[in-house]
Design a protein around this ligand. Structure first.
Ligand code: ZN
Length: 268
């Protein structure tokens, strides 16, 4: 079984506009080429063909005004048994508690935060309230980590910042995306391997220059704290699967990475 812990889709009516705005940045700066039309049905088709049986959808509230609509979309995806949608809150929102309550009551298990999209670094105190409220509700958080094409010159969530978060909130279930930090593999190895921070493996197949360090991270990080992900539509799922299949780790650890750790975090 394979569970993909990191995918994106947009409501059908917004997908063409959302993709049109993201594609130029993503292809120019990072040579990511989109593999779907941005819709949920497009993601489901691509991932099913690659052998993925469930997909976590990482929705992002890029401003406080958008937050309820983003969460409405997340909740609407619950009707499709293929998806495990995540909600989102904005650090400046006045409705963090009520939105988290609404998500939790609907059956949503966690949220996604993207410090680069909101231009607030992960060491800002505005995240404290969010982390405390997540712990209270036993919800997890996926956070974009490392370089993002949307902010190529300033990284808003570094491996050092994740380390500080887990030291302050040891019981927080926090997932640092992209192996703990896109384009920051050496720093991930130094600061995050061996800590309680979860990492997802998304976009690994696009990181040739960091491949050796990524495999060292996979070998040495806690076997219970690594989750397979693709970042669909921004990478090719079969290549992301190959990357893990070829990793120098035991078959038991690969099973944990591909689905067992996801099942336990998602409570399914
Ligand atoms: Zn992503």
């Amino acid at each position: 079984m394979i569970i993909d812990f990191h995918t994106h889709s947009f409501p059908d009516s917004l997908a063409p506009r959302a993709m049109a705005s993201l594609i130029p940045t993503f292809t120019a700066i990072a040579s990511f080429s989109p593999q779907t039309d941005g819709t949920a049905s497009g993601a489901k088709k691509l991932l099913s063909e690659a052998g993925v049986s469930r997909a976590v959808v990482c929705n992002i509230a890029t401003n406080a005004r958008q937050e309820p609509k983003v969460n409405d979309y997340a909740i609407s995806l619950l009707n499709d048994g293929f998806f495990c949608p995540l909600g989102s809150v904005h650090p400046d929102s006045e409705n963090i508690e009520s939105e988290l309550d609404r998500l939790k009551a609907a059956g949503i298990k966690g949220i996604k935060l993207h410090p680069d999209y909101v231009r607030i670094t992960l060491d800002d105190d505005r995240y404290d309230k969010i982390f405390a409220q997540l712990i209270k509700r036993d919800m997890f958080v996926v956070v974009h980590a490392g370089r993002d094409p949307i902010s190529p010159d300033k990284i808003h969530a570094t491996p050092e910042m994740f380390r500080a978060v887990i030291e302050k909130y040891p019981s927080l279930k926090i997932i640092a995306a992209h192996m703990g930090g896109f384009a920051k593999a050496e720093d991930v190895y130094r600061h995050l391997v061996g800590t309680g921070v979860f990492i997802d493996t998304s976009l690994s197949s696009l990181r040739d220059s960091e491949k050796e360090v990524l495999y060292k991270i996979l070998s040495d990080h806690d076997e219970n704290k690594i989750l397979f992900g693709t970042d669909t539509p921004w990478s090719i799922p079969t290549r992301e699967i190959e990357f893990i299949k070829n990793a120098p780790v035991s078959e038991e650890k690969k099973e944990k990475i591909f689905y067992k750790n996801a099942l336990s975090l998602l409570g399914i």
